[in-house]
Write a protein that binds this ligand. Structure first.
Ligand SMILES: [Zn+2]
Length: 160
C-alpha cells in the first residue's frame, strides 16, 4: 500500500551542540526494546545530516512521490504515512535546552536538501516536527527559516 507524499518534516536528534551521532546510535535509540530504546519497528528518519554536512541514508526509499509502506519512518505519529523525515545532528545546548546548533555545513546541506526535494516534488509542504506536536524539535522556526532561504510560499507548511 502506498500514499501520496505530502510533507517533508525536519527534526533534530536532540543531542548537545557538537556531539557526533552515528546511524547505529539512531537505530539503537529507536529500535531497541524499551526502556533502552523506543521499541519502534522503523527508525524515525529517512536521512540524517551529520555535523560536517554529510547526508546519510537511514532507511530505504525509491525516491518517487508515493510513500510505500516499506518506506515509512516513525518521525511523527499520525502523518508518517504521507511524510519524509529528515534529521540534523544536534538541537540542544549542553544544559539540554533547545538550541539551533546547525553548523554552517549542516545549514547548507539542509538548504540544498529542502530545495532539491521541492524541485522534485513541487506539491510537498515542508514543516518542523514542532508544527505537528508540542515539542521543541527541530529547535528553530521552520517556516521563518524557509522564507529566509527563499523557498516558495506554496511549499511552506503553516500551522493553523
Ligand atoms: Zn522530531
Amino acid at each position: 500500500m502506498s500514499k501520496q507524499l505530502k510533507y517533508l518534516i525536519i527534526h533534530c536528534t536532540a543531542t548537545p551542540d557538537g556531539r557526533k551521532v552515528t546511524s547505529d546510535d539512531i537505530r539503537r535509540w529507536h529500535l531497541s526494546p524499551q526502556p533502552e530504546g523506543r521499541g519502534w519497528s522503523r527508525v524515525g528518519y529517512t536521512d540524517m545530516i551529520h555535523l560536517d554536512g554529510r547526508v546519510e541514508r537511514l532507511a530505504p526509499n525509491n525516491e518517487d512521490d508515493q510513500v510505500d509502506s516499506w518506506e515509512i519512518t516513525n518521525g511523527a505519529a499520525g502523518v508518517n504515512g504521507v511524510s519524509r523525515h529528515i534529521v540534523y545532528v544536534g538541537g540542544i545546548d549542553r544544559f539540554m535546552r533547545p538550541k539551533d546548533t546547525r553548523t554552517i555545513s549542516q545549514f547548507n546541506a539542509l538548504k540544498k536538501y529542502v530545495r532539491d526535494f521541492v524541485k522534485r516534488f513541487p506539491f510537498v509542504k515542508v514543516a518542523g516536527h514542532n508544527q505537528f506536536y508540542t515539542k521543541s524539535c527541530p529547535s528553530f522556526n521552520v517556516p521563518l527559516w524557509l522564507r529566509q532561504i527563499g523557498l516558495n510560499e506554496k511549499n511552506i507548511y503553516e500551522t493553523k
